[in-house]
Design a protein around this ligand. Structure first.
Ligand code: HEC
Length: 112
């Protein structure tokens, strides 16, 4: 009896922490990423269309995302072929772990 209460408490805590983590990732995404990639991940924003953001809801697009490339892209930013910066580096704004979580989140649009 006592054990089942303990298990229930642990399970409740774990699911609470997972939800809190998700909420933090979504908040970061909304703040730093949605202007180009869209809240829905489609990249269908004024900025996203201008610079050619990919459609993260397309499983084919997501299948081509390489995590290490995507991480480099977030750390160092992206320049177009003329050397003009189209995506600013996120180093210093968010941690590497947050970047990794955001990449996972970006890729999850295709599964929803
Ligand atoms: C200023 C607009 C802009 C913002 C802000 C932005 N991105 Fe991007 N992102 C782009 C563009 C443009 C590309 C396509 C670059 C390319 O061809 O790889 C891209 C590509 C990506 C990719 C695919 C990378 C790959 O290796 O193929 C991922 C994942 C991604 N962004 C995630 C994010 C996340 C997470 C954030 C927020 C921390 C973010 N982006 C913020 C413009 C933006």
């Amino acid at each position: 009896m006592k054990l089942s209460i303990l298990i229930a408490a642990v399970l409740a805590l774990v699911s609470y922490q997972t939800r809190a983590a998700d909420a933090a990732v979504i908040a970061n995404y909304t703040k730093h990423c949605a202007s180009c990639h869209g809240k829905d991940g489609t990249g269908n924003t004024t900025m996203g269309k201008k610079i050619g953001a990919k459609d993260f809801t397309d499983p084919k697009v997501v299948a081509e995302i390489k995590d290490d490339h995507a991480l480099k892209n977030l750390k160092e930013g992206v320049k177009d072929k003329n050397g003009k910066e189209i995506k600013k580096p996120f180093t210093g704004k968010i941690t590497e772990d947050e970047m990794k979580a955001l990449i996972e989140y970006s890729k999850s649009f295709a599964k929803k």
